[in-house]
Write a protein of this length. Structure first.
Length: 153
């Protein structure tokens, strides 16, 4: 269940708060293969299970950018801003991939509101740090500061 803000301006008083976590998602080989097809990145560590068994990770791993793209799937599960006419992804800051995601792993996003600034016209720009956790691992797969803009209704 996402953390709900009734209006964009309510974000400003929640800076520093943990926003909770999304549901777990299993990263299957089919998803990795589809991402490889979409991006043209067919490196063997991602798409060749037989060769990957003998590779540095012992199995295929998800592309770092696939892991990053899942943040867009996790965010609506983490936070919901109501009273808007539009919300847009404005960008990201400081993306890191501390640990690979092996095929079959379960991942989820955990959010923290690190900044919320009012813009001209009443929009609020929110920076949410999303940590993509790997079930059973002490190290995250990805840490990214997402930047979203919420325009009031």
């Amino acid at each position: 269940m996402p953390t709900i803000f009734e209006t964009p301006s309510k974000l400003k008083s929640a800076v520093g708060n943990d926003l909770g976590a999304s549901e777990w998602l299993t990263v299957e080989q089919d998803r990795i293969n589809l991402f490889a097809d979409a991006t043209g990145d067919h490196q063997w560590i991602h798409v060749d299970p037989e060769r990957a068994k003998d590779g540095p990770f012992g199995a295929c791993i998800a592309h770092g950018y696939l892991t990053l793209s899942l943040v867009n799937f996790f965010l609506p599960q983490i936070v919901e801003v109501r009273g808007i006419r539009m919300g847009v992804n404005y960008g990201t800051d400081k993306v890191r991939f501390p640990s690979p995601v092996k095929v079959g792993s379960r991942v989820r996003g955990r959010g923290e509101l690190v900044a919320a600034d009012e813009l001209k016209g009443g929009a609020v720009q929110a920076t949410i740090r999303v940590t993509v956790e790997i079930e059973g691992s002490d190290r995250p797969a990805c840490v990214v500061d997402t930047i979203s803009r919420y325009y009031p209704a």
